[in-house]
Design a protein around this ligand. Structure first.
Ligand code: ADP
Ligand code: MG
Length: 626
């Protein structure tokens, strides 16, 4: 996705009236809220001065859910009701979760609902409801620390989030009573936090290593527009894996087996995480783990040993960077800025390897946990109208083309990929058959020419059309994409006003990899696709011609044609049908159509005359003159 700067008229308000707006980083592991105060963006802390809110919710049957550090305390004693990493299943369908290769740490209700619900002591909860608890906690914190009601928020999402994941995020905000100005891509927010949107043209690599996920985004900045050239990463790689590596080492050193002992494993992991974070500043640290029998085991871990334990994991991140650069079609030396995001980029080895890989020093000046929330807060401040009228807004573009299915299984693009949003586009279509009273609108996403190669988003029917001859009905199909990339498709018959519409909230999503694959496929198959398309188009045209000639022959063939003429036309028609069904070459079908048309010319002329005659019967010629 890319960004475009525009100024939005009528958004600014009187300068004295500061409207309270926040940026929210709704993370997999941790969430934050930030706001611009006296011109400076800063994260908002809770009563104990902590900025990070663990993205964890604890449910109990006899009280309201707890969120954050309080919830986290229940992890060991009540793991099944302590819900973490809910972001991984946002906007995902039951089927998708079941078929996902990565492990999802929840127990779902075994029902047939398409939206999966997590089992909790307080009853089943959807991912949207669980995320809403986190957003509500952040909203409460913000209103308390800013001293008033929020006007709205900018919430960040990964660049690869699709429509349904974005919609789920918005739904969670609505449930939490948070007005969403817009959703913003996380890497874009980080780039904004460093003011890179104000800078010169260039290529920006945003390296985001969090607790459980790794995202690399390659953005191109040109004339104030950020375009996402590629996204990549690993949805199961992060600081948690560093903790695991230390824990395994500790178990080995102490000669203990923890595989079956969850309690011990949790204690080891907690100690491992503390050790890892300590080693960011210190050269060595002592890991102390309390054993169930009351003893405790101490181990000294040096930075050097730690680096050795995570070397392979860090290597994975630079391999993914190389892949993303290749997908973006650029060289390492084209990268002009590297931005570090996520708590795990504090690990010195990560920083060192990334800088070595890109051959330049990375932006690390802003706290890597906070940088996304800060960028979002800067956006929110502008959207709330706290800046002067000529301040710029950033807009995204849609990652894949959107369109509808037309006859012959072809994808007709209505909105091209990389169009800036929000936007609306309309196109007119018509009916294919005489007297057709309904039309099925099949909404598609993708770059390929054939429907079977695109992704189906939704279908809906436009019914109650006036029974007109083929081609006479005028159906206007409109596509509207709002600022968050959500799509509304409408269809209206222009003469009668008959209308139908659908809000597209697809029940399954695409990963960034799949989007890339779709784009690559469309390039690889461009030529085949064009050929397939023109073949289908000629087949559809052949069907239309055959259908028209059959309808005409049935009506007046016997009156207007002698037996020889009739035979000539039906033979030519049957030839066309054969060619249509057998030829793989659109030109052959085209010439068979042409042949039938030529042979039928005389017949068509006679039909015209006959119809004029019958129309004029009982009238004087003068009546038809102006
Ligand atoms: P997410 O984006 O997944 O919500 P964060 O960006 O908040 O996650 O990163 C959380 C991860 O950062 C955790 O694995 C945590 O242990 C790690 N982390 C936080 N502080 C440090 C530190 N000082 N040194 C090393 N790792 C750290
Ligand atoms: Mg994050």
């Amino acid at each position: 996705m890319a960004l475009l700067q525009i100024s939005e008229p009528g958004m600014s308000t009187a300068p004295h009236e500061h409207r309270l707006a926040v940026g929210i980083d709704l993370g997999t592991t941790n969430s934050l809220v930030a706001s611009v105060r006296s011109g400076v963006a800063e994260v908002l802390v809770d009563e104990s001065g902590t900025a990070l809110l663990p993205s964890v919710v604890h449910y109990s049957s006899d009280r309201d859910p707890q969120v954050g550090a309080q919830a986290l305390e229940h992890t060991a004693a009540d793991p099944l009701n302590t819900i973490a990493s809910i972001k991984r299943v946002m906007g995902r369908s039951r089927q998708e979760i079941d078929s996902a290769s990565e492990y999802v740490p929840f127990q779902f209700e075994q029902d047939n609902a398409n939206v999966p619900r997590v089992k909790t002591a307080a009853g089943p909860r959807t991912a949207v409801e669980i995320s809403a608890e986190i957003l509500a906690a952040l909203k409460a914190r913000a209103e308390q620390s800013l001293g008033g009601d929020l006007v709205g928020a900018v919430i960040t999402v990964p660049a690869y989030f699709d429509d349904s994941q974005r919609q789920a995020t918005k739904d969670a905000a609505t449930l939490a009573g948070v007005n969403v100005f817009r959703l913003l891509n996380e890497p874009t927010a980080a780039a904004i936090a460093y003011g890179l949107d104000q800078g010169a043209e260039g290529v920006i690599a945003v390296f985001d290593l969090g607790g459980g996920t790794f995202d690399i985004s390659i953005l191109r900045l040109r004339k104030g527009v950020f375009e996402v050239l590629a996204t990549g990463g690993d949805s199961a790689l992060g600081g948690d894996d560093f903790d695991q590596a230390i824990a395994q080492w500790w178990l080995q050193q102490s000669g203990l087996q923890a595989a079956s002992d969850h309690q011990l494993m949790r204690s080891v992991l907690t100690a491992a995480r503390q050790a890892k974070e300590a080693l960011t500043a210190a050269d060595q640290t002592t890991m102390q783990v309390a054993l169930p029998d009351g003893d405790s085991v101490k181990q000294v871990l040096s930075r050097e040993q730690f680096d050795g334990l995570i070397k392979g994991l860090v290597k994975k991140t630079t391999v993914a960077c190389r892949r993303a650069l290749r997908d973006a079609g650029i060289e390492k030396s084209d990268v002009t800025e590297v931005v570090m995001v996520g708590g795990s980029t504090r690990v010195p080895l990560v920083r060192k390897d990334v800088e070595t890989f890109f051959g330049r020093s990375a932006h690390t000046g802003i706290d890597p946990d906070q940088v996304v929330a800060i960028g979002a807060a800067i956006q929110a401040d502008i959207l709330a109208g706290n800046k002067s009228g000529d301040e710029m807004l950033l807009l995204d573009v849609i990652p894949l083309s959107l369109g509808i299915e037309t006859m012959g299984g072809l994808m007709e693009k209505i909105i091209d990929r990389n169009s800036t949003i929000p936007l609306a586009r309309a196109q007119e279509f018509t009916t294919y058959k005489d007297g057709q009273s309904a039309m099925r609108i099949h909404v598609l996403q993708g770059e390929r020419e054939l429907v079977s190669d695109c992704r189906s988003l939704a279908t809906f029917d436009l019914t109650g059309l006036p029974p007109l001859v083929a081609g006479a009905a005028k159906i206007r199909v409109t596509f509207q994409v709002d600022a968050d990339g959500l799509l509304n498709v409408g269809a209206q018959e222009v003469n009668t006003g008959v209308a139908a519409s659908i809000e597209v909230k697809p029940s399954y999503g695409l990963t960034d990899k799949e989007i890339e694959t779709m784009l690559q496929d469309s390039m690889a198959h461009a030529k085949d696709d064009m050929e397939a398309r023109s073949l289908r188009e000629q087949q559809v045209e052949a069907d239309r011609v055959v259908e028209a000639i059959n309808a005409a022959l049935e009506k007046d063939g016997r009156q207007l044609l002698n037996a020889a003429e009739l035979a000539q036309i039906t033979t030519s028609r049957d030839q066309l049908i054969d060619v249509r069904n057998q030829a793989g070459d659109p030109d052959q079908i085209k010439s068979a159509i042409k042949q039938l048309e030529t042979i039928s010319e005389e017949y068509v002329a006679r039909r015209m005359n006959a119809s004029v005659r019958s129309m004029m019967q009982g009238h004087k010629v003068e009546e038809f003159q102006p």
